[in-house]
Design a protein around this ligand. Structure first.
Ligand SMILES: Nc1ncnc2c1ncn2[C@@H]1O[C@H](COP(=O)(O)OP(=O)(O)O)[C@@H](O)[C@H]1O
Ligand SMILES: [Mg+2]
Length: 680
């Protein structure tokens, strides 16, 4: 499940923009398969003008010309990273390049890029109008990846997949939540380290993704917040890094498809990183001395700005710029440093990787040299005017390509998950049974309705027969009366009355009554039977309803149990986090205490040394060891007194010498004076 993977590097040239076309800025780079090199004519010219020193070909995993689309780039570079996330592999896609080279276009699509350029030129949210631009709409890698993830998880019936996302911005080393509610957009988040698990961002909001429209809405919200915050805090969007994170959890209930068990949960994190413009990390000098560089850069970008910085607003904006520049230079510099150190690691495994120097490298620590499939897309411009910045990007990509990450899938098969899966399975089974019962009870209702209808029709038929018979009896009675009074009339009626009358005449009225009674009894029995059947069905329905009620209750109980286990899980996780925090606090305290103890021990050592010195001194005097404490102390006092005396004597001697020399000078002077006087 563990494998070594080199960071994949892709180079992408963007099409020329209107300004470059109008200026007739020539395209000087050519692509052949997965390499790029200067067109031969330009290679010579540039070497002559010493703009570049060599004309080698730069080779990457992929090279994309300006004709290739975001879909092409996504399919070749990122799809496999996205697919692997469903098996528990972390993944990171990074866009690196100078401002305006197409990083945001590649990551967030044409809308994101247009919003960026609109803000970078107008500085006002009101001026942003995506519709005004004529550039055809293109989806970015983030949307393409999520479309794929949603489709893959829908198609896979053996797995339940849960997707959620966060969107953050790093500006001046501070982290902002781009999906936070409006009033919290300007709050900064804290980056915290969890031992053995890298860094996590405290308070970063997470949002569930169920459809592509969810993704689009959240990206729009993030972009809007980014520009809103940029306006509110006077940020410049090309100087910030953004990271769109997707958390992928897949729960597999597919028996036997993995070697470690049947119920498997995989968790992975996908980072889509849109870095700030790389133009300010051209050289080590720039990164080390950002202030000078930023001012130089500012002066070169806006020739009208006075180098003397007369107005206070200009001073303010330059101060801000310097501050921003510093953070960008420093964070991108540290990114480059991390990448260059990582590229040396296979030769020097002990090399220290300075992840902790900036927020960006802390967040990306698991993606660079860690447990993630990583792909860096270097975006560049192929024009002559940008040759130096393009070369810097090409070199960066070259170094990054040699880094190896050791990736392994984040697979769990712990009891909690199994329990959750069991509950899920139970609920699913109960749901199916409930559906089956519901369907069955429906069919029973239909059946009883059928019986009711039968009872009705049969009842109607019996009623008809009875009515017929009543008619007949009336007829017989009538014909009897007639035959008693008018024999012809009897003949006439009997013709119309049909066989029954003849029959009646033959059998007599007693038999007829019997026959009628039997029919009525039969009808009644049938009716009773029907009603009994109906009652039985009714009872059956009631039983079913009870069963449904029981199942619904069981389902509710299970759901409650599930909720409770989830709550327990959450409380346990919260407890774990708080224990960890306590542990960290205790570790800090222990460290502090250790320092104090060390310094106390040091002082004690010094004291012991002083005592030893004294003992040594005393031991030098033979016979002193026989003295008691008081005598020793007296001796010590005498010793120090003696020392003082020696010191004084030394001083006195010094003064005596000086007095002697002064005396001799005075003697000499007076002798000279005597001689002069004598000569006179
Ligand atoms: N491959 C591309 N095809 C078409 N237009 C592009 C492409 N790449 C960049 N652009 C355009 O170039 C401009 C700058 O791109 P953008 O992504 O904002 O640069 P970056 O994020 O590197 O500063 C935008 O107007 C964008 O629409
Ligand atoms: Mg951008």
């Amino acid at each position: 499940m563990q494998r070594s993977e080199n960071i994949q590097v892709a180079l992408r040239f963007r099409p020329l923009n209107v300004r470059e076309t109008l200026r007739k800025d020539p395209e000087i780079w050519e692509i052949s398969e997965n390499s790029t090199y200067l067109k031969p004519s330009w290679s010579e010219k540039l070497q002559d003008s010493r703009k570049i020193s060599n004309s080698k070909a730069y080779t990457y995993n992929y090279c994309f010309s300006s004709q290739e689309t975001n879909e092409d780039v996504y399919t070749s570079t990122s799809r496999k990273v996205v697919e692997a996330s469903l098996q528990g592999y972390n993944g990171t896609i990074i866009a690196y390049g100078q401002t305006g080279s197409g990083k945001t276009y590649t990551m967030m699509g044409s809308d994101g890029a247009e919003l960026d350029s609109a803000l970078n030129t107008s500085h006002s949210i009101n001026d942003i109008s995506i519709e005004k631009h004529e550039i055809p709409k293109a989806k970015g890698i983030v949307i393409l990846a999520l479309e794929d993830l949603l489709k893959l998880s829908k198609d896979n019936t053996n797995k339940s997949c849960y997707l959620s996302c966060s969107y953050l911005e790093i500006y001046n080393e501070q982290i902002f939540d781009l999906l936070a509610d409006k009033e919290k957009i300007t709050d900064t988040l804290i980056l915290q380290e969890e031992k053995g698990q890298g860094f996590y961002i405290r308070g970063l909001s997470e949002h569930v993704l169920n459809s592509v429209s969810d993704v689009e809405k959240l990206i729009k919200k993030g972009e809007f917040n980014r520009h809103y915050a940029a306006t509110a805090m006077n940020h410049h969007s090309s100087r910030s890094h953004t990271i769109f994170r997707v958390y992928v959890t897949s729960v597999s209930i597919n028996k036997g498809s993995y070697d470690i068990g049947e119920n498997i949960t995989t968790e992975s994190l996908l980072n889509f990183v849109d870095l700030a413009g790389a133009e300010r990390v051209n050289s080590l000098q720039e990164a080390i001395n950002p202030l000078e560089t930023s001012v130089r850069f500012m002066a070169s970008r806006s020739p009208r700005a006075s180098p003397r910085l007369r107005s206070s607003s200009t001073r303010r904006s330059i101060d801000t710029f310097v501050n921003e520049g510093k953070h960008i230079n420093v964070s991108l510099f540290y990114l480059c440093q991390v990448i260059s150190k990582l590229s040396e690691k296979h030769q020097m495994p002990e090399t220290h990787i300075p992840y902790r120097n900036s927020s960006l490298t802390k967040i990306l620590s698991t993606s660079l040299g860690g447990n993630a499939l990583t792909c860096i897309i270097c975006t560049a411009t192929s024009t002559l005017s940008q040759v130096e910045l393009t070369l810097s990007t090409l070199r960066f990509g070259g170094i990054a390509g040699s880094i190896q990450n050791v990736v392994k899938a984040n697979i769990h098969s712990d009891k909690t998950n199994e329990l959750l899966l069991m509950y899920q399975k139970d609920i699913e089974e109960l749901r199916q049974r409930l559906n089956a019962y519901e369907n069955e009870s429906k069919s029973v209702v239909v059946e009883t309705e059928g019986i009711d209808a039968t009872i009705n029709t049969e009842g109607n038929d019996i009623r008809k027969i009875l009515e017929e018979r009543i008619k007949m009896i009336t007829g017989i009675l009538f014909s009897k009366k007639l035959s008693e009074n008018e024999p012809q009339a009897k003949e006439l009626w009997s013709e119309g009355a049909g066989d029954l009358i003849v029959d009646t005449k033959l059998v007599g009225s007693k038999k007829l009554n019997e026959s009628l009674n039997t029919s009525a009894d039969f009808a009644m029995t049938r009716m009773k039977e029907m009603h009994k059947e109906k009652d039985k069905q009714q009872q059956y329905i009631e039983e079913l309803e009870q069963k449904i009620q029981y199942l619904t209750d069981s389902k509710n109980n299970l759901t409650n149990d599930l909720k409770k286990s989830l709550q327990i899980c959450q409380t346990e996780t919260a407890k774990r986090v708080s224990y960890k925090q306590q542990l960290t606090a205790t570790e800090i305290q222990v460290e502090e205490k250790g320092k104090i103890i060390n310094s106390v021990v040091e002082n004690k050592d010094k004291e012991i040394q002083a005592l030893k010195d004294r003992v040594n001194l005393v031991e030098k005097f033979s016979g002193l060891d026989k003295l008691n404490n008081d005598e020793l102390e007296r001796m010590e006092r005498m010793y120090f007194h003696g020392l003082d005396m020696v010191k004084n004597t030394r001083f006195q001697m010094k003064y005596f010498k000086e007095i002697e020399s002064l005396k001799s000078i005075i003697d000499k002077g007076s002798k000279n004076q005597e001689n002069i006087m004598r000569e006179l």
